[in-house]
Design a protein around this ligand. Sequence first.
Ligand SMILES: *[C@@H]1O[C@H](CO)[C@@H](O)[C@H](O)[C@H]1NC(C)=O
Ligand SMILES: *[C@@H]1O[C@H](CO)[C@@H](O)[C@H](O)[C@H]1NC(C)=O
Ligand SMILES: *[C@@H]1O[C@H](CO)[C@@H](O)[C@H](O)[C@H]1NC(C)=O
Ligand SMILES: *[C@@H]1O[C@H](CO)[C@@H](O)[C@H](O)[C@H]1NC(C)=O
Length: 963
Amino acid sequence: MSFPRVISWCIPLPWIGILFQIANCSLANPTPNPAQLPTPHTFRFQNPLQCLKNEFYNLNLFDCVPCNEVAAGDGGLGKLQPDKFSCKCPIGHLSIYERGKTWPTCDEICTPDRNDNCTSVWLPQPRPSSQCSYRYLNSTSVFASQLPVHPLISGIILTRTNPSSSVGDCHSCELGHNFRYQDFCLASTLLRPYLHYNAFWQATTNARPDSGSPSHFGDLKFVAFFCLTLRNDTACQQLANLCVLSHFSLEKHSPCSAFLLTQVSDVVMKYAHSGEQVRSLQPFLFYKKGRSTKELLSKTLQMADRQELRLFSTTFGLDGGLKRWGAFHPEMLNMCPQAAPSLRVALPKQESQVSCQLALDRLIDLANQRANDEFLTVYLNFSSNWQFLLHQLPVLIENLTPENKRSQPEEWQLVKRFQLISASPRDNRLHQTLPRYEDGHKLQLYYSLRYAEDIELHYTLDRDQPDRVGLPLIRLRYRHIEMGSGNASLSQLYPFRLRISYEQVKRGWDWLVLEVALPLLLLLALAAAVFRLQNLRRRRKTDLCQLGSLMELLLQLAGNVAYALLATALLLLLLQASSPRLLKLLLYPASGLQLVFLAVQLWRSSQLELFLIDWERPRSSCEGQRLNLDSSSLCSSVRTFVAESSVSAWRVLFTANAWIRLSVSQRYSTLGQLFVVIAGYQMLERFTGDLGLRCCLLAALYLLTYLLQLIGHRLLVANPLQKFIDLCSLANISLFSLTEPGFGYYIHGRSPHGFADTDMSSMILQLQRTQTMSGRRGLLMDSDKQAYIILPPRNLHIYLERLLLPFQRSLTGSLSQTLLYQKDIVPSIDGQMERTSIAYASVNRFFCAFIDHAIKDMDYIIKEKSFVEQLLNCEIDNYITENKGTFYIDDSFGFSRVLLLGNHLHIFVLELLLLLSIFLMTSNLLIAAAAACVFNILLRQVFRHWVRRNVSRKTLIDERFLL
Ligand SMILES: *[C@@H]1O[C@H](CO)[C@@H](O)[C@H](O)[C@H]1NC(C)=O
Ligand SMILES: *[C@@H]1O[C@H](CO)[C@@H](O)[C@H](O)[C@H]1NC(C)=O
Ligand SMILES: *[C@@H]1O[C@H](CO)[C@@H](O)[C@H](O)[C@H]1NC(C)=O
Ligand SMILES: *[C@@H]1O[C@H](CO)[C@@H](O)[C@H](O)[C@H]1NC(C)=O
C-alpha cells in the first residue's frame, strides 16, 4: 500500500523539474538552444497584474518576464519597454532585429546637427514626424556599414522614416521594391524567404471554381515573416490560428510547417526552409508523437477541487489577439439548445451527454457568429505541492490523420488548439447574389463548413485515489459540409453531440510486473545462462571458440527467457492486469524460443555417446569358481565378442531396447492433462468474462493437473529409472554414456554374482543367496549406489576414439578410403562384421578394465556431490587430470536429463505456451488442445527415432534388432 503512495509523491517531481526549466529559459537565458527544449505542457498561472514595471506578460507561459534582462549585454541595454504582451523600443528609437536574438536592439535616432546628447546611430534624416503613414522595414547590412558608430549591426531595421529617400517622407511606399502590409512598407528582399507560402495560398484558392475569393491565407507570408523573423508574438498566434484553420495541414508550405518542425520530434527536414530559423515557436500547437503520448495520457493529476473538474481556457481571435481567458464551461462547446453537461466529477451517464440535430440554417448562423474567429485552448487546473498549475489538454481530432482513428495512442498526433466551427467564405462581389432578406442568401455565404459533430471530454478516475484524475482528452470529430454545389438545403439536419465521459480504472499492476518483475526475471535468465555456459565449458573441457560460446549462450538464454516471459504472463494473468495484445507479445516469442531450446536440447540428449558394458564372463573358464566373486578382474579373460560363443546377445539387445523405451516414457500424460483442462473449462467457463480471465483459468487448470499428475506418478507408479537400473543388474550390463567429452553418466549394472546368462534354477539360487549373504550391487564394495555422474579423465575420450576408429572407418569410409588404411581388402560384409565385433570387444574390454581400476594411467575416484552442486546441477571442485576422473554418486537419477523423463518441465512449459498461444490466436480451446496433443505425439516419435538411430550407431547393434 505504501509503495503506490511513494510513487504518487514522486510524480510531481518531474513537473517541478520542467517548471524550473521553464523558469530558467524564460528568465535566465533568453536565447537557449531551442531544439533541445521539450515543449512544456504545465504552467504556473501568474496574474498579469502582478507583473512589475519592466516586465511583460508572456501569454504562452502565463508568466511575467522582464524586458530589460533579455537585452542584456548589448548596446541597447535596458531600453526595451514592456508593452502588455511583448517588449518594444521606446518612441524615437530604431528597432534593429538581428539574427539569433529574441528582441530587437533599440537605437536612438539622432538628428544631423547632433546638438543633443545623442550617443547612438547617426542618421542623416530628421526625426520622424509623428503622423507617418508607413513604417519601413529594410535590411541594414549595407546601410549600417556606412555608419561610423555601429559598423557591425546587420539585421532588419524598423523605422518610421524612409532611410533611402533623401526627402525623408514617410507617406509613400513604392510597390516596385516593396510590399505593403497593414501600415508597414516591407522591402521585397526581406520577404524573399517567405514567398513560398504563396504556394499554399494558391493551392487553397485554386481548388475553388472561381479564384480570387478572399482567403485567410493571403497574408500568410507576412504573418510568417513577422512571426519567424521579427518574433512578433501576435503574428505567431495568428500563424498558429491559420494552422488550425487549415485543419492542421501537413503540406510543405502550410502555416503549420514551422510548428511541425520545432514541436513534433520526428518530422523530416522537408519543412525547413533556408530563411526560417529553427527555434521553438511559442504558441504550443502540437504534442510530440510516440511513446511520450502514452505516458502523457496515462498521467494522473491531483484535482484542484474534488467535486468538479476545474478547467481554464483561452480564446484567441484569428488576428492573434487574446479575446478571452477564464474558467471553461462545456456550454462554450455546446451547439444544442439544451443545457450542456456540467463538469462534476463522475457524472451519471444520463446527465453526461447532450445531443441534437442541427439544421444547416442554424449552423450557418453559428458560423457567422463565430466567423472563424474563435480558437480555443483548454487547460486543466490542478494542484501540485500546494500550488495551482495548469496542464494543457490534449486534443485528438479523429479525422485529422488515419493514425488518429487507430487505438494505439503512440500513433496519434495530438494538438493543443481547436475550433468549433470554421467556414471558407465565398467572395460574393463577383457573383449574382440574392438579397440579404432572402433565406437562400445564407447558402451563398460559404463554400463549405466544417463543424465538430462529436465532442467528447474523456478522463479516468481511480477508485483508490479519489483526489486524482487522469489527464482529460478532448476527442473531436469534424463533419465537412459542401455548399458550393448548390444542392444544399437549409432545412437539412446534421447531428451534434457533446459528452463528458469517464472511466474507472483499477490501479494497474501491469507496470509493476512489466517494469520491475520482467527486467529482474530477464536479468536472472541472463545470469543463469552465463552460469550454465561456464559449467558447460568445464564439462566440454575445451575453451569454446568465440562463436561457439556465443551460440551456446544464446541457446541457454532462449530457454531461460522463455521461462521468464511465461512467468511474466502468468503473473499478469494472476493479477488480471493483462491485455490480449500484451499476452500475445509475451507468449508468441516465448513459444518460439522454448521450441528452439527444447529441440536442440533433445537432439543433443539423443546424440550422446553410449556404451553398454557386458560383464559376462565366459562360463567355461569360470565354471569352477562361480561363487568366487572377488576375482581381481573379471574381464581380463574377455577376448573378443565373437569368440564368446557361450554368451548370448539377448541381454544387450534387451537392455538397449529397454533404454529406448525408457527414453520416450513420460512423467505425465498430455492427453489426461488436456482432458481434465477441457472438462474443467467447460464447467467453469460461464464464470469467466474476458479473454484474460479465460487464459488465467486455462493456465491454472493446466498447472494444477500437472502438479497432481506429478504427485500421482511419484506415489503410485514405481520409478521407471530404478526399474531400469534393476534391469541392468539383472542383465549384468553397465551403461556408460558421455553427453560431453568430459561429462556423462554411468549406471553400474554388474551382477553381484558375476554372470546372468544362466538357467532359471541357478537364478533362483542366486537370489536366495543374495538375501542371506551381503552381495552388494554397487560400484563400491559396501554400497548399493548404482547411478553416477562422471567426469572421466581427459585421456579417456582420446583413447576411446582411437579404439573406435576402425569401426567408424568401416561404417562411413568408402572403399577407396578403406584401401588406404587396410592392406588386406575385405570388401565383403563379413569383413565389416568382423571389424565391428572386434571394435566392440575391445571397447568392452577397455571399459571393464577402467571400471575395475585396472588401467594404470586412467583411474577415478568416487565422491558425493555437495548440496550446492546438486542444487545447481554443476561441478565446482573437480580434480580432473589427464588420467584421473571423478565419479559423483547420483542419488537423484541425474541421467534422466538425457531422457524425456528428465525434461518433463521443459516439455510441459512448451505445451502450456502452445496451448495459450493457440488459444489466444483462435480462441477455441479444442483446437489449442488438439495442437498440444499433436505436438506431444510428434515430439515422442521424433525423439524415439533419434534415440533409436543413436543407440544403434553407438552400441554397434544393428537397427533391425531394436524393437
Ligand atoms: C546633455 O547632457 C548634459 C548632462 O547630462 C545636460 O546638462 C545637457 O543639458 C544635455 N543637453 C541637451 C541638449 O539635452
Ligand atoms: C532597402 O535597402 C537597400 C540597400 O540595403 C536599398 O537599395 C533599397 O532601396 C532599400 N529600400 C527601401 C524601400 O528603403
Ligand atoms: C506585431 O505584428 C502586428 C501585425 O501582425 C503589428 O500590428 C504589431 O505592431 C507588431 N508588434 C510589434 C511589437 O512589432
Ligand atoms: C485554479 O483553481 C483554484 C481553486 O479553485 C483557483 O483559485 C485558481 O484561480 C484557478 N486557476 C486559474 C488559472 O483559474
